[in-house]
Ligand binder design. Structure first.
Ligand code: TYD
Length: 201
């Protein structure tokens, strides 16, 4: 888009390799001298810190509505402080998780995913490209388990299956589904081709 950078979002449940691909893309674009910025949500801001606490110790008596409002406040801060300034500098902005995660994860708690998307689109820019990574939920869970000492209440099989179902339901032009069964290198190559096409270089 002229006069504005590109917003490229990496989504999917944990253990699909999306964060690795996001970082690989950052290095690749830096190497070929494309101005790039990488951010992730939840952020390290005040709302992000509150969120990380419930990720670590469980939801306790935090209601799902409160949880949703923290993710939204965190994103409002991210849009204002990080995303819009970087886009205004015409950068390629890589974002590890965005509002599709909120619709899928908080939607899986019983809130309405469509309503969550609507609320987010009121203030957050629509991505130019969204990659939704997918791998069998059981595989993702065993990867998470082998790489971490403990896993959070966000990482239980039934819940993740429901999250996956909601990710599967999104249908917008900028969404591309990435099946995480190839090697890291193969998927990276596939994403590079797509990014070149998208940004026209
Ligand atoms: P992430 O940073 O990807 O995980 P980690 O730091 O453990 O690698 O995301 C943390 C968790 O937050 C992840 O389980 C998904 C969840 N999440 C939501 O529930 N809603 C949201 O809107 C976002 C952005 C993340």
């Amino acid at each position: 888009m002229p006069g504005r950078g590109w917003l490229i979002v990496f989504e999917g449940i944990d253990g699909t390799g999306k964060s690795t691909q996001c970082q690989e893309m950052e290095s690749y674009l830096k190497n070929i001298k494309i101005p790039v910025a990488l951010f992730r949500e939840p952020t390290d801001g005040i709302w992000g810190q509150k969120i990380r606490k419930i990720l670590a110790v469980g939801r306790g008596d935090v209601t799902r509505e409160e949880e949703l409002s923290w993710f939204i406040k965190d994103r409002q801060e991210d849009v204002k402080k990080n995303l819009l300034p970087a886009l205004n500098l015409n950068k390629v902005v890589l974002l590890d998780r965005y509002y599709y995660s909120t619709a899928a994860y908080q939607g899986a708690l019983g809130l309405d995913p469509k309503e969550i998307l609507r609320e987010n689109k009121n203030f957050a820019p629509v991505p130019d490209r969204t990659y939704i990574f997918k791998a069998p939920t059981e595989e993702c869970l065993s990867r998470i388990e082998s790489s971490r000492e403990s896993h959070s209440s966000f990482e239980k099989l039934d819940y993740l299956n429901q999250v996956q179902k909601i990710f599967d339901s999104f249908d917008e032009n900028h969404i591309k589904r990435i099946i995480s069964s190839g090697t890291i290198k193969d998927i990276h190559t596939q994403l590079c081709e797509d990014v070149h096409q998208l940004i026209g270089i």
